[in-house]
Design a protein around this ligand. Structure first.
Ligand SMILES: Nc1ncnc2c1ncn2[C@@H]1O[C@H](COP(=O)(O)OP(=O)(O)OP(=O)(O)O)[C@@H](O)[C@H]1O
Ligand SMILES: [Mg+2]
Length: 198
C-alpha cells in the first residue's frame, strides 16, 4: 500500500526516499498519517511533562533532535535526523548544523540579557527554527512545541494557544498562521506573537 499524500498550503512535500522511512506500512492517506503523528506527539508531551528542563538542557542540538524523535519516532525512521535533501523552504542541507548552533547561541543570549519579552523570545526562536527547517517533515509542529517548552520551562508561563485550533488541517486559523509567518518573513513578528497567544 503506497502513501498518497495531499499537501496543504505551507507544508513541506516528503521526498520518495523519505517515504521509505515510514515505520507503519499500513498508513496510506494523509488523514491516517496526521492521526498517527498526533498520537505520537501526545506521547511526546507526556514525556516532556515528566521533566524539569533548564536553558542548558533545552537549547542544545541534542535536545532539538531528541524532541523531534520523541514526537515522530514511532512513525518515521528518520525522526530526529537532519534532512538530507533540500526543500522549498529552509536553508541548504549543509548549512543546518551551523545555522542551528548560531540560533541556539543567539537564543541563550536573548534570554540571559532579556533582549526581548519572553513571548517574543519563544516566538522568534520558533520562527528562526522553522526557517532553518532541520528535518524532512514535522518542522512546523516541532517548532511550535519548542516555543511552548521555552515559554513554559524557562519563563514559567502557560503553553501558547496557537489560534485555539488544529493547525495541521485546512482552516481559517491555518490561513492566519501562514499569513503571520509571511509577515515574519518581511520582518514583522508581531502577528505571529499575537496568533500564538490567541
Ligand atoms: N513562508 C513561511 N515562512 C516561514 N515558515 C513557513 C512558511 N511557510 C510554511 N512555514 C512553516 O513550515 C511548516 C511546514 O513544514 P513541515 O511540513 O516540515 O512541518 P509540519 O509540522 O509537517 O507542518 P504543520 O505544522 O504545518 O502541519 C509550517 O507549519 C510552517 O510553520
Ligand atoms: Mg508537513
Amino acid at each position: 500500500m503506497g502513501l498518497d499524500l495531499d499537501y496543504t498550503d505551507g507544508q513541506t512535500p516528503i521526498d520518495e526516499d523519505e517515504k521509505v522511512g515510514l515505520r507503519i506500512k499500513s498508513i496510506s492517506t494523509q488523514g491516517e498519517l496526521d492521526e498517527f503523528e498526533q498520537q505520537n506527539i501526545e506521547q511526546a508531551i507526556l514525556w516532556l511533562k515528566k521533566r524539569k528542563l533548564k536553558i542548558d538542557d533545552i537549547l542544545t542540538e541534542e535536545f532539538v533532535r531528541k524532541l523531534h524523535k520523541q514526537m515522530f519516532g514511532q512513525i518515521w525512521l528518520w525522526a530526529g535526523e537532519y534532512r538530507k535533501t533540500n526543500k522549498n523552504i529552509g536553508v541548504d542541507k549543509f548549512q543546518i548544523t551551523t545555522q542551528l548552533r548560531t540560533l541556539l547561541n543567539n537564543c541563550k543570549y536573548w534570554i540571559e540579557n532579556q533582549i526581548f519579552s519572553p513571548q517574543e523570545i519563544a516566538i522568534r526562536f520558533k520562527y528562526e527554527l522553522v526557517k532553518i527547517h532541520c528535518f524532512a517533515n514535522g518542522n512546523g509542529r516541532h517548532s511550535r512545541l519548542m516555543a511552548d517548552i521555552l515559554i513554559n520551562q524557562i519563563f514559567g508561563l502557560e503553553f501558547f494557544t496557537w489560534g485555539s485550533a488544529n493547525l495541521v488541517k485546512h482552516s481559517d486559523s491555518r490561513k492566519q498562521y501562514l499569513s503571520a509567518l509571511r509577515e515574519a518573513d518581511k520582518g514583522n513578528l508581531e502577528p505571529l506573537i499575537l496568533f500564538a497567544l490567541s
